[in-house]
Write a protein that binds this ligand. Structure first.
Ligand code: ZN
Ligand code: ZN
Length: 361
């Protein structure tokens, strides 16, 4: 942790002193870093004790924990609306203007390097590979197993264009995806994908998380949130992230108004070590306000048990946070898995959201 902070301080110093403004604050020495995370190290021992020996970890009880599920109603391509379907976890199908985008696809039973062990799904994906419409683009937020799933990538194959953060392009290529199908991007890079007559702009935006698929490659690849801009609808997908007062306000400032936010609300306890890397529902609501989304949905819950809060806790905590912030359920809802909702195109972004911090230009 100290090394990371030192790297950030050094990068900031270099920028300030005018030697270079070419090293972004999240580029460390061979690793990526969180420029705005609190300086707090949590020992591996503590994490292991909490996970395996403390009883702090949530257990799934199929009688008690009833995650709502329903049947998707996919778009047929002619609708003058945006159609959004929650497949489960962070996998969301966006259908706008005939261009279909899938986020962090995971259809596997286990979020793990092996197909028979690890965190096991407690709810089935709402769609199978065969039930998906043609997928024009896939966005990947980071390389953790519950977001970058090898079997799902193998199934999608060369059909989509993959938009991925720095470092993940090589991983895809090693798995047989041709370089022409991959767009590797740093924070604030933008690429336009043309499908038929429609141009969709993809921008990698900052988030606060970490990466690594083994003990040896921690933070060697970048993590990101994504902005996806159709001509008439603008979606922001948060990936996995902790909260800070800078990055989401900056996202709002640098991008056109966001119509719809997809924001994680699960895997947030114990706060002692989850706080830096996963928002709780209250902070998720704050991100919704910071980015100024007209409406948002909560994801990353109800699918895998990855942390210490109960399976249904995100629903209760989100409801409490909404009450406290006086925000309607319509504005930030936790959906049923499989639920499809439609939104009008060219939604008017509101002007009057409270923004927690002002960021200097
Ligand atoms: Zn993650
Ligand atoms: Zn995750």
């Amino acid at each position: 942790m100290y090394r990371f902070r030192l790297g950030a301080a050094l990068a900031a110093l270099l920028c300030f002193s005018g030697f270079t403004n070419e090293v972004p604050a999240h580029h460390g020495d061979g690793v990526f870093i969180n420029p705005y995370a609190p300086d707090r190290s949590v020992g591996v021992f503590k994490v292991v004790r909490s996970r395996f020996f403390s009883g702090e970890w949530a257990r799934y009880d199929p009688v008690r924990d009833i995650v709502p599920t329903t049947t998707p109603r996919l778009a047929n391509g002619d609708e003058a609306v945006a159609t959004v379907t929650w497949v489960g976890h962070s996998t969301v199908l966006l259908q706008v203007d005939g261009v279909n985008v899938l986020t962090d696809p995971i259809f596997s039973t286990f979020a793990s390097p092996v197909s028979f062990a690890g965190p096991r799904r407690i709810t089935e994906p709402a769609l199978t590979r065969d039930e998906l419409p043609p997928i024009h683009a896939v966005i990947i937020s980071h390389d953790h197993y519950d977001h970058l799933d090898l079997r799902s990538i193998n199934d999608l194959g060369e059909e989509p264009i993959y938009f991925v953060p720095l470092g993940i392009g090589k991983w895809l290529e090693r798995r047989g995806i041709s370089p022409e199908r991959i767009r590797v991007m740093d924070w604030w890079d933008e690429e336009v994908l043309r499908v038929g007559e429609v141009d969709v702009a993809f921008t990698a935006t900052p988030s606060q998380h970490f990466s690594g698929r083994s003990l040896t490659n921690r933070n060697g690849t970048l993590w990101a949130a994504w902005s996806i801009q159709w001509p008439s609808f603008h979606v922001w997908f948060g990936g996995d992230t902790g909260y800070n007062e800078v990055q989401f306000v900056e996202t709002r400032r640098r991008l056109p108004p966001i119509d719809f936010g997809i924001i994680p609300i699960g895997a947030y306890k114990p706060r002692e070590f989850m706080e830096i890397i996963h928002v709780d529902p209250r902070e998720a609501l704050q991100i919704h306000l910071d980015i100024g989304a007209t409406a948002s949905m909560g994801m990353h819950w109800g699918t895998f048990v990855l942390a210490g809060e109960g399976v249904m806790a995100p629903l209760e905590d989100l409801a409490a946070a909404r009450l406290e912030a006086e925000i309607d359920e319509d504005e930030f809802a936790a959906w049923a898995i499989g639920e499809t909702r439609t939104f009008p195109l060219e939604m008017d972004a509101r002007e009057s959201f409270p923004v927690r911090t002002a960021v200097a230009e």
